[in-house]
Design a binder for this molecule. Sequence first.
Ligand code: NDP
Ligand code: 2IT
Length: 457
Amino acid sequence: MATTTSSETSAAAREECDSFMAGLRKRNPGETEFHQAVEDVTESLMPFLLDNPKYQEARILERLTEPDRIIIFRVSWLDDSGRYRVNRGYRVQCNNAIGPYKGGLRFHPSVNLSILKFLAFEQTLKNSLTTLPMGGGKGGANFNPKGKSDNEVMRFCQSFMTELAKHIGKDIDVPAGDIGVGEREIGYLFGHYVRIAHEFTGAMTGKGIPFGGSLIRKEATGYGCVYFVEEMLNRKGDSIQGKSCLVSGSGNVALYTIEKINHLGGKAVTASDSDGFIYDPEGIQDERLEYLMELKSRHRGRVFEYAEKFGCEYFEGKRPWGVPADAAFPSATQNEINEADAQTLVRNGIMVVAEGANMPSESAAVRVFLDARILYAPGKASNAGGVTVSGLEQTQNSLRLSWTRGEVDTKLQAIMKDIHAKCVKYGEEGDWVNYVQGANLGGFVRVADAMLAYGVV
Ligand code: NDP
Ligand code: 2IT
C-alpha cells in the first residue's frame, strides 16, 4: 500500500478544498457568508474525506451544500399610518436526512440568502451534534422589528406566516426564534399558524409556556454555552469560578449567558448592542443584571442606559474585545471578531472563547485562536443548547406533557456534556483539543452516514 506523508496529505487536501470551493463559489455567486461557513467546514473535513473515499464518491459535501429547497416569498403588510410595506421572506430547508428541518427565523434588515444559507448549513451540523432527530433549516426576513409598534410586528408576523404555514409542520419543518424573533414574535407567528392550519401541533418551538413552550428554552442557548465552557475548563482541571468574562450582545443569548456565568461564580464585565458596549468591572450581576434584562426585554432599550444608571463606562461604536479577561462569549452576530480582535484577545491572555452567536469569528480570527492553541469552541458546538431544548420542546409536545425546569436543565446539561465529549473524541490532538475539527467531524458523520444509507437522494 502506498504511504503518504502528512505534508502530502495536507497538500492534497488543500487542492481538493480549493477545487470544491471554486465550484461552490461559481454556483453561489456573491454569497460571501455562505462561502465562509462552507470553507471553514470543508478545510477541517477534507483530510478525513480523503481517508474515507465513500463520502467523496457519494458527493456528500456537494449534496450537503445544495439545500433541499429554498422558499422565497413576498410579505406585504400595512404600517400604523396605513401605508403599504413590502419585505422578503425566506425559508432555507437545507437537509432532513436525520429529522424534520429545524432552525430559527431571523428578522433583521441585513437578512439575505447568503446569511440564511450559511445559517441553515451550520444548523444541519449543529443539530446532528445534539443527537436529537432534527434536520437543518433557517429562515427569516429583511424586516426590522426595531422601532415598530406591537401592532405592526403582529401584522408583519401574520402576513409572513400566511405563506410560511404552507411549508412547515411538526414532522416537516419546525421554526423557532433567532435575532429579532423572540417571545413576542413567536406568539404572533404561532397564533396565526394555529388559526390557518386549523390544528394545534408543535410546529414551532420557543413558544410561550401557556401554549406548549418548554421551561428553560429561553435560557437554553446561554446556559448551554456556559455549561460547554465549564466542560472545557474542567477537562483542564479548572472551572469558570472567579473568571472574568467578556460577553457581546444583550439579547436572548447574551443575557442568559451572563446569568449562568454568575451562577457558576464567574464575572461578566461587558455587554453590547449594535451601538456600542458597556464595561462594568463590578460585574453585571444581581440588580444590575435584572435591570439589563428588564431594559432589553420589556423596554427594548439600549445598553448605554445601563452605563448611565450604574455610572460605568460606555464605548460607543466599539466591541468589547480590547478589555483584558479570561473568557470571551461572542453572542451578538456573525463576523463580530476580526483577525486583529483575535490577536488582541490572545495577547491579553484569553484562555477560552466560546461562541454563543453563529459564526461570530471571521476565518482569520479562527486561525489565530487555533494557532495560539487556546480553548476555542465554534458556535455549532457551544451554542447548540438552544436548539437542544427546542428538540426537547418537540418531544414534550408529542408526549402532550411538560417536564419541570429541573428535568429540562438536567437533559440540557447531559447533552452539552455529550457534545463536548464528541468534540474531544474527534478533535483531540495531543494534550490540546481542536474543537473546530471535533465539532465539524462529529456533526458531519451522522448526517453523511444517513445520506449514504438513503442512496441517491
Ligand atoms: P437577539 O435579537 O435577542 O439579540 C441580538 C443581539 O445582538 C442584540 O444585542 C443586538 O443588538 C446584537 N446584534 C444583532 N445584530 C447585530 C449587528 N449586525 N451588529 C452588532 N450587534 C448586533 O438575538 P439572539 O440573542 O437570539 O441571537 C444572537 C446570536 O446567537 C445570533 O448569532 C443567533 O444566530 C445566535 N443563536 C441564537 C439562538 C437562540 O436560541 N436565540 C441559538 C443559537 C445561536 P441591537 O439590539 O442593537 O440590534
Ligand atoms: O441558531 C440556532 O440554533 C437557533 N437560532 C435556535 C434554533 C431552534 O430551532 O431552536
